[in-house]
Design a protein around this ligand. Structure first.
Ligand code: Z5A
Length: 210
């Protein structure tokens, strides 16, 4: 049986890295074999593309170049990691996927959604995530959390307005796909966030769950 494809999304500093480990543990505790991966990245070539995308020396990269590099990395990732794992019956847990493209390149950079969906259909065919968890916090809280880390990458140097547009695009996607996308309030203490995650994961792990 084909595995299930779970993606985790959110704006800057919402706690994806912190909570991905928790999500993986919950799935594995239920006996599910999990392949954890990330975008952009997940294969040697896609990780090289990621480095170019995040490198602050490329500040001013054209929006179309950014969009096409995201999908180039994704095509390789799908071919080498995601599709083979799903076909082998494993679950794929992916840190960001195409919702991030709609949010960052669509909402943030202002690229028309129809251009993103054309690339989505080309690169993914009919493959879409089975369930998506969007960790949501007000932008100022996420930026304050992220600022505790080291040097800022090319995206992290964007202004608050950019991240507000990204967050609004994520919230619109959740309205558009209420069955697939689950919004998690990631502002409270970690144990409160993880209790919400555990509830949603139970639902997702049910046969035919979303
Ligand atoms: N991107 C794109 O533009 N288009 C696309 O299609 C794709 C991606 C796929 C890299 O992604 C960039 O690629 C990303 C969008 C773009 N740029 N940005 N921004 P990334 O996922 O690797 O980068 P990121 O968003 O910066 O993720 P991150 O560095 O992994 O941050 P995070 O995972 O959300 O946060 P964290 O490191 O888990 O937590 C941040 C801090 O907050 C840390 O000190 C935690 O201990 C703390 N924390 C976490 N939760 C809590 C709670 N509940 N309370 C208090 N403190 C907390």
């Amino acid at each position: 049986m084909r595995g299930r494809f779970i993606t985790v999304e959110g704006t800057e500093g919402v706690g994806k890295s912190t909570n991905l480990e928790f999500i993986r543990q919950q799935l594995e505790a239920a006996g599910i074999e999990v392949v954890q991966t990330r975008e952009p990245g997940g294969t040697p070539l896609s990780e090289d593309i990621r480095q170019q995308l995040l490198d602050h020396r490329h500040t001013g990269m054209s929006s179309d170049c950014e969009l096409l590099l995201m999908f180039a990395a994704r095509a390789e990732h799908l071919a080498k990691v995601i599709v083979p794992a799903l076909e082998a019956g494993k679950w794929v847990l992916c840190d960001r996927f195409t919702d991030a493209t709609y949010a960052y390149q669509g909402g943030g950079r202002g690229i028309d959604t129809s251009r993103i969906s054309a690339l989505e259909n080309w690169v993914q065919g009919e493959l879409r995530p089975d369930a998506t968890l969007i960790l949501d916090v007000p932008v100022e809280i996420g930026l304050a959390r992220a600022s505790q880390r080291g040097e800022l990458d090319r995206f992290e140097r964007e202004k608050e307005e950019f991240f507000n547009n990204v967050r609004n695009a994520y919230l619109s996607l959740a309205e558009q796909y209420p069955k697939r996308i689950h919004i998690i309030d990631a502002a409270p203490a970690l144990e409160v966030v993880q209790s919400q995650l555990a509830d949603v994961l139970k639902q997702i792990m049910e046969p035919n769950g979303d």
